[in-house]
Design a protein around this ligand. Structure first.
Ligand SMILES: Cc1cc2ncn([C@H]3O[C@H](COP(=O)(O)O)[C@@H](O)[C@H]3O)c2cc1C
Ligand SMILES: O=C(O)c1cccnc1
Length: 341
């Protein structure tokens, strides 16, 4: 398998973003033409039809296929957790890694059901992202290491990738990045995460606002925002989304936290996340706001608020439904069905 060359600096990453491959418009066109021949009123499968042509465009083939689907869950640790910004204690992150390995987490069940391989990738275990109320969450070298973990995690022979995360307190980092990226107050992006009450959310927003105020001068550049107030699993997710683009692998995004790295990438180049679709809109209030900002319409809205790629994994069933119809249906001609009058 060919490997993508790791980046050695933020500038290196920026130059990768300037060389992004484009979708295969001929494959997408072949998909649209075939869609029109299938035994149904034109457009009757609604958004499922768009999904198949999106797959064709990025896979560069018609018909699209879903033989190998991969779910990557990046795990990160956060010193910011000590500010009581999560409803759960920091040790849950390690405990959940064991739970993933034992097959007991929600994503283990959903990945199996979706016919997807699941890989859980710890990012900087033993080296939590620093308390960003005091100093940057990561050095540039540390952030680059995390980006490279994501860049190298995407094989070239997969048909579809879903990404997700685990890391107690990472909705704090995600909200801080979103606020920093768009230059907005922390309150606009802060939510309950694992289940804070109203006063807990207010405290979380204060912690984030304090960090934004402290680092204000550094928050002019999207990658610096990620480095100052982010976390290692968020950087790795950005690397994986970028790797997928470079390999022309379509991506399903999960919740608020996994959509934030996509927004950072989009801030570097507005067209850089065209290979991504939002699997669902989570109950974390910042997610709807972020999806509007990056121009994505989620496939599902189920009130899920888990992370772990769980919403993306449920959405994979819709992608499978779309491909099953597109690749399995008869045409008007083959079935002898009359066309529109
Ligand atoms: C048992 C458990 C399993 C999880 N799986 C994902 N998360 C989710 O919750 C965390 C983010 O929320 P916050 O910022 O409020 O800590 C992340 O680990 C995320 O993946 C979980 C959280 C818990 C408690
Ligand atoms: O939307 C998310 O990504 C989310 C929400 C709550 C907890 N963890 C993740």
């Amino acid at each position: 398998m060919s490997t993508l060359t790791p980046v050695s600096s933020f500038d290196d990453l920026r130059s990768l973003v300037r060389q992004l491959p484009q979708p295969d418009t001929a494959a997408a066109e072949a998909c649209r033409r075939h869609e029109a021949e299938l035994t149904k009123p034109a457009g009757a499968l609604g958004r499922l039809e768009e999904l198949t042509c999106w797959l064709s465009a990025w896979q560069g083939r018609h018909p699209p296929r879903l033989d190998r689907v991969l779910i990557l869950v990046f795990v990160g640790w956060h010193e910011i957790a000590k500010h009581k910004v999560s409803a759960y204690p920091a040790e849950v992150t390690d405990q959940m890694v064991l739970n993933f390995q034992a097959g007991g987490a929600a994503i283990n069940q959903l990945a199996r059901l979706a016919g997807a391989e699941l890989q859980v990738i710890p990012v900087g275990q033993g080296r939590p992202a620093h308390d960003f109320t005091r100093r940057p969450a990561m050095s540039e070298a540390g952030c680059v290491r995390a980006l490279n973990i994501g860049l190298s995690a995407v094989p070239e022979d997969i048909d579809l990738l879903a990404i997700g995360e685990m890391g107690i307190a990472n909705t704090t980092a995600a909200a801080a990045i979103a606020a920093g990226l768009y230059g907005e107050p922390a309150t606009a992006w802060t939510g309950p995460g694992t289940g804070l009450d109203t006063s807990g959310v207010a405290h979380k927003a204060e912690v984030i606002q304090g960090a934004l105020d402290r680092h204000r001068a550094a928050l002019k550049d999207p990658l610096e925002v990620l480095r100052y107030v982010g976390g290692r699993e968020l950087a790795a997710m950005l690397g994986a989304i970028l790797a997928a683009r470079l390999r022309r692998v379509p991506v399903i995004l999960d919740g608020f936290t996994s959509t934030v790295p996509a927004a950072v990438l989009q801030a570097l180049d507005p067209a850089s996340i065209e290979h991504c679709r939002s699997g669902h809109c989570s109950a974390e209030p910042g997610h709807r706001r972020l999806l509007d900002r990056i121009g994505q319409r989620p496939l599902l809205e189920l009130g899920m608020r888990l992370g772990e790629a769980s919403g993306a994994a449920v959405a994979l069933q819709l992608v499978r439904a779309a491909v099953a119809c597109h690749n399995g249906m008869a045409t008007f001609e083959s079935a002898g069905v009359s066309r529109k009058r």
